[in-house]
Design a protein around this ligand. Structure first.
Ligand code: HEC
Length: 140
């Protein structure tokens, strides 16, 4: 009898621990999910000095649609994406996109207008920065 009662009380305390664990796990998961987004912008701050010009030009001319750090917005796709790695969209595709614009074909964001404010030299610098972001993200 005594043994049975004891084991029963052990069970209920085990149940309590299990519940606590489930709640704890649930909370940790929610936290790590929230933490996923700032990670992408975390790379922004650490761009090497020689890429700062490209970063600035990207932020001034491209990030309204392609997002800070190239993560995309509701206006345009992420450039930090395997679709835009060098073998799929080489540097020439970036020059063409800026010089003539892009007819929507990969996504549902609509067309990209040509970006008059950037010269080919600017796009060169922007591409270097975007390739760096892609590399950081392990895309190539
Ligand atoms: C007004 C919004 C907007 C701005 C500003 C913008 N883009 Fe885009 N861009 C888009 C959209 C939308 C697409 C996707 C079109 C599709 O394939 O559906 C795109 C696609 C691209 C592509 C892929 C081209 C291809 O051949 O498929 C490149 C490269 C690109 N943009 C680079 C840039 C660069 C570099 C800048 C800044 C100089 C820039 N974009 C500024 C909206 C924008």
């Amino acid at each position: 009898m005594l043994f049975t009662r004891q084991s029963r009380s052990m069970k209920s305390s085990q149940l309590l621990w299990m519940t606590a664990l489930v709640i704890l796990l649930g909370t940790t998961q929610a936290c790590s999910q929230n933490g996923a987004e700032p990670k992408a912008t975390g790379t922004l701050a650490s761009a090497p000095a020689e890429l700062r010009d490209g970063e600035q030009k990207f932020n001034a001319n491209c990030s309204t649609c392609h997002g800070g750090g190239g993560v995309g917005t509701s206006q345009g796709p992420p450039l930090v994406h395997k679709v835009y790695e060098p073998n799929h969209h080489g540097d020439a595709a970036f020059q063409r996109a800026a010089a003539t614009g892009v007819k929507a074909h990969h996504w549902q964001f609509g067309d990209m207008p040509k970006i008059n404010a950037v010269k080919p030299e600017d796009v060169d610098e922007i591409v270097k920065y975007v390739r760096w972001l892609q590399k950081q993200a392990g895309i190539f």
